[in-house]
Design a protein around this ligand. Structure first.
Ligand SMILES: CC(=O)N[C@H]1[C@@H](OP(=O)(O)O)O[C@H](CO)[C@@H](O)[C@@H]1O
Ligand SMILES: [Mg+2]
Length: 566
């Protein structure tokens, strides 16, 4: 039941809830790269309206379950945020982002009558059937503010919308994406008492990994590395992955660091994927007892939808980062080889990589010139990469350099590989048969709804073990160009506007030509500037052949920005 057909009593209810919940007033919210994100203290109002938007979105899908996750990922402990998940597990349709933003800003700045008016407008314009009962699936990360914000989010759902709610409490963002899709595909019949929980996620991915390991009779990690050390950023990924690996005998040698999610003030503090990627060094907690040239290391971010790997070479002195670009290229090389073995051509199955402008230039060159695969570049934010991977390729491998990504396999992929499998059986072509089986089994290890640290970890470990590849061999496929990513705080970041997938600035107008002069001075120079969608800052990315040039370029561009905006 929406306000459209609401009784006087329900309207009064919405009004009193609005007064009760929405303490943050005279405030402007923006839907950023990955939903709403801000200091947790000001998020009450936007949580209230996000509940309403999620209900309307579910009703517009005829009552299919829509997910809502409360998290601020890699941000500091005092931040929080919220994002909405479509019934198929993907991110909220972009046209709804503006409804979500407008409703939040009306709730923060206008009267409740205007709020109800806007809800009615959405219902009318999108032809939403008010009699549909919405279904909402919710979850949150381990931040201290999350339970309070969950209350704000849920406040209208039962009393005003009579929504069906499944509350998964604490879990990772990708687990919630998966379970939202799962719930819509497994609507239990009336006599089915199955409770949808994280155990469905666990068993699906555990089984997929075990099947793949059995196909190659792999019992442990020994062929490639000694231990896998997992840094969980002191976030929700820790308990979830610790529980998950209990079901996997191959993973006995995994060691955990930064796994104390019960102290949310330590979340992402000197650890986690974002710290390791941006600082290009080991996280806190990897002490001498864990340092070993033969180990492989990885870091999750705060909500476990990102992962980066690394290892230490040269008698533990040198840190080598294996980031999202390295993960994408590892997968591309592995899958391409399998396609060839299965007698499938690039015309049968189009395999491609999707990156953003933050991808290291060397990785793009390697994809194009060594792997001979197509590469696309999109704007920052996985929603853009996901869309391109889905529309341009049959095997769409997308990763942001920071480790957020996954692989999408099209219907054509499944039908062509099945076809090849049947032919291989008929012709008794065992090598081709095994390649087809591997392709199908591997696709099940991947979480195709969204980037997932746990599923990506399984994919990387399986790829290395099957290919008998050590971390250093993986790394040696190509060498990253020296690069620097920095932030500049400016009075108003919205004046920074870009074009060409964010690679060029159009505003402030004088900046790009001045930057080009600096970039052209250095060998293999490349740099771009854009406003962050998750932080109040402008990001500067620079790369070039020599590290010293890159440092200087970065400093010069930062100085240019400061002189331009002040
Ligand atoms: C350079 C960078 O790493 N940007 C990140 C960051 O977005 P910004 O819009 O740059 O703040 O957070 C996003 C959400 O997690 C992630 O998708 C993106 O890659
Ligand atoms: Mg995240």
């Amino acid at each position: 039941m929406t306000a459209h057909q609401a009784t006087e009593m329900q309207l009064q209810l919405l009004e009193s809830l609005h007064t009760q919940v929405c303490k943050t007033k005279n405030y402007s919210y923006t839907y950023g790269t990955a939903g709403f994100r801000d200091k947790a203290a000001v998020l009450d109002t936007v949580m209230f309206t996000t509940g309403i938007i999620a209900a309307l979105r579910s009703m517009s899908h005829n009552g299919k379950a829509v997910g809502v996750m409360i998290t601020a990922s890699h941000n500091p402990p005092l931040d929080n945020g919220v994002k909405i998940i479509e019934p198929d597990g993907s991110m909220l349709l972009q046209s709804w982002e503006s409804h979500a933003t407008q409703l939040a800003n009306i709730a923060a700045n206008d009267t409740v009558t205007q709020l109800i008016q806007y809800i009615n407008e959405i219902v009318a314009t999108l032809n939403i059937d008010s009699n549909v009962t919405p279904s909402i699936v919710v979850g949150m990360d381990s931040r201290e503010s999350s339970p309070r914000l969950m209350d704000c989010l849920l406040s209208t759902l039962s009393p005003v919308f009579m929504a069906k709610i499944v509350n998964h409490n604490m879990l990772t963002t990708p687990q919630l994406h998966f379970l939202t899709a799962y719930q819509n595909n497994h609507e239990p019949s009336s006599d089915d008492k199955t409770v949808i929980s994280v155990s469905q996620y666990d068993s699906k991915f555990q089984t997929a990994f075990k099947d793949l390991m059995n196909l190659y009779e792999i019992k442990d990690f020994n062929d490639c590395f000694e231990s896998l050390v997992v840094d969980c950023a002191n976030g929700i990924g820790a308990p979830q992955f610790q529980q998950f690996v209990k079901g996997l005998p191959q993973c006995n040698s995994i060691k955990f660091v930064n796994d104390d999610y019960t102290h949310p003030d330590t979340l992402n503090n000197s650890c986690g994927a974002d710290f390791v990627k941006t600082q290009q060094r080991l996280p806190a907690g990897v002490d001498d007892s864990l340092l070993n040239d033969n180990n492989l290391y990885c870091s999750f971010d705060g909500d476990a939808d990102r992962i980066v790997f690394y290892y230490v070479g040269n008698k533990t002195t040198k840190f080598h980062l294996l980031d999202g670009d390295k993960i994408a290229t590892l997968f591309a090389k592995f899958l391409k080889k399998l396609l060839i073995k299965a007698n499938l051509t690039q015309d049968d199955i189009r395999l491609g990589i999707v990156q953003t402008a933050y991808a290291n230039g060397s990785s793009t060159t390697y994809v194009l010139d060594t792997l001979h695969c197509p590469a696309s570049c999109t704007k920052t934010g996985v929603k853009h990469l996901h869309h391109e991977a889905q529309t341009a390729y049959d095997i769409g491998i997308y990763f942001e350099a920071n480790g957020h990504g996954t692989i999408l396999f099209s219907d054509n992929f499944y039908s062509k590989v099945q076809e090849r499998q049947t032919i291989a059986i008929k012709e008794n072509d065992l090598s081709s048969l095994k390649a087809s089986k591997t392709l199908l089994a591997f696709s099940k290890v991947i979480n195709q709804t969204v980037g997932d640290a746990i599923a990506d970890l399984l994919g990387v470990v399986a790829t290395l073990l099957i290919s008998k590849m050590k971390p250093s061999q993986w790394d040696n496929e190509y060498t990253d160009l020296p690069n620097l990513l920095s932030k500049v705080i400016v009075p108003d970041r919205t004046v920074f506007k870009t074009t060409d997938q964010e690679r060029k600035l159009t505003s402030p107008p004088a900046l790009q030509p001045k930057m080009d002069l600096l970039i052209n001075k250095i060998e293999q120079g490349r740099a771009f500037v854009r406003a962050s969608g998750t932080e109040d800052a402008v990001r500067v990315y620079c790369e070039g052949k020599h590290a010293d040039d890159v440092k200087q370029l970065s400093k010069d561009i930062e100085a240019l920005i400061m002189s331009e905006v002040n």
